[in-house]
Design a protein around this ligand. Structure first.
Ligand code: FUB
Length: 383
């Protein structure tokens, strides 16, 4: 059945934050952007419905733990009354709430608060996209948040229940920075954290190994043509900012090694470049091993796609392959991929319930992977 509704033109409102009460230096210099999205009437239907309507949820990290149940670890969106900007200041979340269900399409349980920023000694605000891991019957929640200086780090919190409440470690993971952590358990029992995101996610501020608060580093758009704002072959280009990987230590709450860059390359083995907005890494890393192949999927941010690249080991390099999910309604696109009873599923979000970039709702659909290992691209709209 076709449904007529409103679609937000995804012009503005990136994923990246600035503090609500004490603006950090770069926030004052953030590019001015529209706060009212352009509304375009269209004749389209959504591919699937929100998992829950009682709360706003985003950035879903899906897992099937030992009990065979599906657990979704999402961001918990709230309306903090902050206008959209290129640093994602509107994503001013404060806590996490886990969702669970027996099977896709089954009744969804909205659990009690799993972790609140007030219970994280080092964190002040902006509880962005989390992930979780299970080891020896204990559950670990990994989450980004800003400290008192407005700098993102990644925290760990521990529980004996998959739904919490989680007890946060007193300090962020040493050596962590930026945001959007995801933890992948390899078949040999090793756990790896991938993390990072540009613009408000601050990854571009760590190129020297130290945090650089310069307003010039708000985004990566300085690598586009400065007059047209578009890619220009004659203008300086360089490899895109790389997501990071670090093996987790046995305690699951610290790194066993210094973070390394994850290289994403094209079909010729050349690095994906900064100006290649359709393919360069922006945020929302996720890793699966399917057959013998490691799939590194991520969001392209300001081109609003979920794409993937493949490699033969957890560290990469990963070779760009194609699109997993075309742009959804709303600025951000963020996903996870998990297997349940032999079928892969894509968890993602859009803004069907609210029509506003920062009030998102998570969704779940089957994901087809061909016998050749190719992910069949999904369109979040049904024409
Ligand atoms: O939810 C806040 C941020 O928006 C996430 O960390 C990004 O991945 C984007 O979805």
């Amino acid at each position: 059945m076709r449904t007529s509704y409103l679609v937000i033109a995804m012009a503005l409102g990136a994923a990246a934050c600035a503090p609500a009460e004490a603006p950090e230096p770069e926030a004052a210099e953030a590019p001015a952007v529209e706060t009212t999205p352009e509304i375009v009437e269209t004749e389209t239907a959504y591919l699937t419905a929100p998992l829950v309507t009682e709360i706003y949820t985003a950035d879903p990290s899906g897992h099937v733990w030992e009990d065979g149940r599906i657990y979704i670890y999402p961001s918990h969106d709230i309306d903090a009354g902050i206008p959209d900007d290129d640093l994602g200041s509107q994503y001013a979340m404060e806590d996490y709430i886990v969702l669970s269900m027996d099977e896709p399409g089954g009744e969804v349980t909205i659990h009690e608060t799993a972790l609140h920023v007030d219970d994280v000694p080092w964190a002040v605000e902006d509880m962005w996209a989390p992930d979780a891991a299970e080891k020896d019957g204990m559950y670990y929640l990994y989450f980004p948040a800003k400290d008192a200086d407005g700098v993102f780090h990644i925290g760990a919190a521990v529980s004996d229940s998959p739904t919490g409440p989680f007890t946060a470690e007193p300090e962020p993971i040493e050596g962590s920075f930026s945001m959007d952590p995801t933890v992948f358990e390899d078949e040999d029992g090793a756990y790896y954290m991938y993390f990072g995101g540009i613009w408000g996610g601050q990854l571009q501020r760590w190129e020297t190994g130290e945090y650089d608060a310069s307003p010039d580093l708000n985004t990566d758009l300085q690598y586009d043509d400065p007059t047209t704002g578009e890619d220009d072959a004659s203008f300086d280009d360089r490899p895109a900012h790389a997501p990071r990987i670090a093996k987790l230590a046995d305690d699951m709450i610290s790194f066993a090694e210094a973070p390394k860059e994850v290289l994403i390359v094209d079909e010729n083995g050349d690095p994906i470049m900064m100006k290649d907005h359709d393919r360069r890494f922006f945020e929302a890393a996720w890793v699966n091993k399917i057959g013998e192949t490691y799939y590194f999927s991520y969001s392209t941010g300001d081109t609003h796609k979920i794409v993937y690249a493949t490699g033969d080991n957890p560290y990469g390099p990963f070779t760009w392959q194609g699109v997993v999910l075309e742009p959804v309604e709303g600025w951000t696109n963020h996903h996870s991929i998990f297997e349940f009873e032999g079928q892969h599923y894509l968890a993602y979000h859009d803004v069907e319930l609210s029509g506003r970039n920062h009030l998102r709702n998570v969704k779940l659909v089957p994901l087809e992977i061909t016998e050749d290992g190719e992910i069949v691209m999904l369109d979040p709209f049904v024409e």
